[in-house]
Design a binder for this molecule. Structure first.
Ligand code: ATP
Ligand code: MG
Length: 288
């Protein structure tokens, strides 16, 4: 919720058909993502959200069509051109995909080793800045297994920010998180979007997240293998011609379902009081 609606397209997808072997998942889809917006890809399980994302980041080649990132076709770009393009995008995959045998800081340095020739000390400084940007200041020495689900998602976002990307792709960033942690992650995304002017492309199922962060969305459909709705979530909820789409956006979970009041723990505590070392509070994100 961060941009004027007239900003220029930073991603242009046209005539795109994607799938696996001879199995088509999405057929002839077209849409654009505008610079600075938070754009969400929605739809039921198996409709092709992750598949679409994998094509948008150049991980797979489409059966047909074009995907322009800032004017360059990621499908056909090769060599240095492709490398430069990949340097402009950051990705956090559906399952987090941090290297489990490396600390968070090392996970970030790995990206820098691949794309830059920075000296080690500079890499570690960048890693510290990225951790700070997602509210994980001072956590660089931790191993992924030592993190809570919410911290792991933040760490994956920190790694996605490593190369100061223009566009960040997130696959199900809040899946599996409790409502408060999920809402904190939404705040982080909005903060990064506002302060760093990053364009976000987010795959999600989570209705509260959609209403909290999305400027515009597309809704995919498995049977029809295409986009069945696009626009602002509130407009689709209130005015879509498609009853299924209206229902999708009016499910029982409303933004109010995330209201802290509904999730406050009971006032009388039975378990041990958290100590400073076990309790983790996000630091203020947004600074590089
Ligand atoms: N590597 C693969 N090889 C073959 N088929 C695949 C592969 N990955 C996904 N598919 C198929 O493509 C279709 C779309 O899968 P995809 O993972 O993109 O769905 P999704 O919308 O991300 O679902 P979810 O919400 O469950 O993550 C499904 O039918 C899936 O079985
Ligand atoms: Mg998926």
């Amino acid at each position: 919720m961060t941009m004027g609606l007239d900003s220029r397209p930073i991603i242009e997808v046209s005539d795109l058909t994607v799938g696996y072997d001879h199995h088509v998942v999405l057929q002839d889809v077209a849409f654009e993502v505008r610079a600075g917006e938070v754009f969400c890809i929605l739809g039921g399980s198996g409709c092709g959200k992750s598949t679409l994302l994998k094509h948008m980041i150049g991980l797979r080649s489409p059966m047909a069509g074009r995907i322009l990132i800032d004017g360059t076709d990621i499908v056909t770009a090769e060599g240095d051109k492709r490398r430069a393009l990949l340097g402009q995008i950051g990705v956090a995959y559906q399952n987090g995909a941090l290297f489990g045998s490396m600390s968070l800081s090392e996970n970030i340095c790995l990206v820098l080793e691949e794309f830059t020739r920075l000296p080690r000390a500079a890499m570690e400084t960048v890693a510290r800045m990225k951790m700070k940007a997602v509210g994980l200041e001072g956590a660089g020495h931790l191993m992924p297994s030592e993190l809570s689900g919410g911290m792991r998602k933040r760490a994956a976002i920190a790694r996605a920010l490593t190369l100061d990307p223009k566009i960040v792709f997130l696959d199900e960033p809040s899946a599996g998180l409790d409502p408060i942690t999920a809402a904190q992650l939404d705040e982080l995304i909005l903060d990064l979007s506002r302060t760093l002017k990053i364009t976000f492309v987010i795959v999600t199922h989570e209705l509260p997240s959609i209403f909290a962060v999305a400027d515009r969305v597309i809704v995919l459909d498995k049977e029809r293998q295409t986009i069945i709705a696009h626009g602002r979530p509130k407009d689709l909820r209130d005015h879509s011609d498609d009853p299924w789409v209206r229902q999708f956006f009016s499910r029982r979970t409303s933004p109010a379902a995330r209201s802290p009041m509904r999730w406050m723990p009971p006032v009388t505590r039975t378990g041990p009081t958290p100590t400073a070392s076990t309790r983790w509070t996000p630091s203020r994100p947004g600074s590089r």
